[in-house]
Write a protein that binds this ligand. Structure first.
Ligand code: REL
Ligand code: ZN
Length: 416
């Protein structure tokens, strides 16, 4: 182990960050046996909803006409518009380039058909292994929605056989839209009523236990609007306090709160239609204070919420801050937030998740994140060296393994 000096520090930190195998705690990926839920390939990469939104910045095409095209045709239009007619400088556009480069493609070819052929020629059977290896991924946590009929059927019929894919039970429908969906629970065999009487609450808890067991979920999760408040007189608040939190305590499982999303502000954009807003941190304070036996993984979508979120995490050890979510996953913001978290929380947070929807997203999201996190960390260790505090390579490795995986597993309280 070399002695760490100001001269070799950046090299050592970068090497450790590049080598660490990541636990990616929030993705929208599925194991290969989940069939067409599991997305991969160049056309999926190019039709990522981030790029669809960016396409319409330049194109005057009718939204409907675009969405009526085949995936391949949409991908061709996006490639033409975002990559050939303009330089691909945005984070999502650059992400495609990083991905292709890491897959070994010659970017100067600039021909979508060639990229498609080359990717298709990679043998399917070891494609996941290969992408995980390039991206340095140990395991990913999925987003599993028991209200999605297709997904539900897959869990009932097949289940997940791939231990690299961990489940997280997504509760958006239950918590954000109970009144419109309770009958659906009845169809699934849980005898609930619109009115949240005792029997209904018992059945909702049974539903949660059933799905946690079926999926072996490592946490429960919900995305929430900026006006999320608890306690309040709402279905969401009551189901949260009377069903979700008690079950989390009973089974010792964290609840992930992803706060600040405003869904479908321009519905014509489909999946790309969502936006954000600043939320009220007092909801998190209330939950962490009132339920010290519960564990909360929290990410917030608005840049304006980031400072108060780290301050709140200083007050509550049952709060684990994670990721630079979605619109925050831009280099300038990731750098700012990671600095802020290190300065307020030391190493006791989870700096990033990928939110990958397409398998190959793992590549660019982690190449970009690793670079920023390594740079920010290097500056922090440099401050230590300058103050006369020696750090060893083992200590650096330990810290980095904590940030990229161990903090999550220690918080979850089990390694499955
Ligand atoms: O998990 C979520 O709610 C979001 O991350 C997604 O809905 C979003 O579409 C995702 O692709 C963002 O990265
Ligand atoms: Zn997500």
């Amino acid at each position: 182990m070399p002695v760490i000096t100001q001269e070799n520090l950046a090299l050592v930190v970068t090497k450790e960050v590049e080598q660490v195998r990541v636990t990616d705690i929030h993705t929208h990926l599925y194991p290969p046996n989940f069939g067409d839920l599991s997305l991969y390939g160049i056309d999926e990469l190019l039709t990522y909803h981030y790029l669809v939104a960016e396409f319409f910045r330049y194109s005057t095409m009718d939204y409907e006409d675009f969405f009526n095209l085949s995936k391949t045709q949409q991908a061709e239009l996006i490639f033409q518009t975002l990559f050939l007619e303009h330089s691909p400088v945005s984070e999502a556009q650059r992400g495609v380039l990083t991905t292709l480069k890491e897959l070994g493609m010659d970017l100067n070819v600039r021909d979508l058909r060639v990229f498609r052929e080359q990717i298709n020629s990679i043998p399917a059977f070891d494609y996941v292994d290969r992408i995980f290896a390039i991206a340095g991924i140990k395991e990913v946590v999925m987003t599993n929605d028991p209200f999605d009929p297709k997904e539900r059927q897959l869990w009932e019929m097949k289940g997940n056989k791939d231990p690299r894919f961990k489940a997280a039970l997504r509760l958006d429908v239950l918590l954000n839209n109970y009144e419109k969906n309770y009958e659906y629970l009845n169809q699934m065999g849980f005898l609930v009523d619109k009115k949240l009487d005792e029997n209904t609450l018992t059945e909702i808890r049974r539903f949660l236990r059933y799905w946690i067991e079926k999926t072996n979920a490592v946490y429960l999760a919900v995305s929430l609007p900026p006006d999320f408040m608890v306690p309040e007189d709402s279905y969401r608040s009551r189901i949260l306090e009377k069903c979700v939190l008690p079950i989390c305590r009973e089974l010792n499982i964290p609840l992930a709160l992803m706060i600040g999303v405003r869904r479908s502000i321009n519905p014509r954009l489909g999946l790309a239609a969502d936006s954000l807003g600043k939320a009220d941190i007092r909801a998190i304070e209330y939950l962490c204070r009132t339920y010290p036996e519960n564990k909360f993984l929290v990410t917030m979508l608005s840049r304006e919420n980031q400072h108060e979120l780290v301050v709140t995490a200083r007050k509550f050890r049952n709060l684990m801050v994670f990721g630079c979510w979605w619109f925050l996953n831009n280099p300038m913001i990731v750098e700012e937030i990671t600095n802020m978290r290190l300065e307020n929380l030391g190493l006791s947070f989870i700096p990033q998740h990928s939110d990958a929807r397409v398998l190959e997203h793992l590549i660019y999201k982690w190449v970009h994140a690793r670079k920023i996190i390594a740079d920010v960390l290097t500056k922090k260790y440099l401050d230590l060296l300058e103050s006369g505090w020696k750090v060893t390579e083992e200590e650096i490795k330990r810290d980095i393994e904590d940030l990229f995986g161990n903090n999550f597993w220690k918080f979850v309280g089990r390694n499955v």
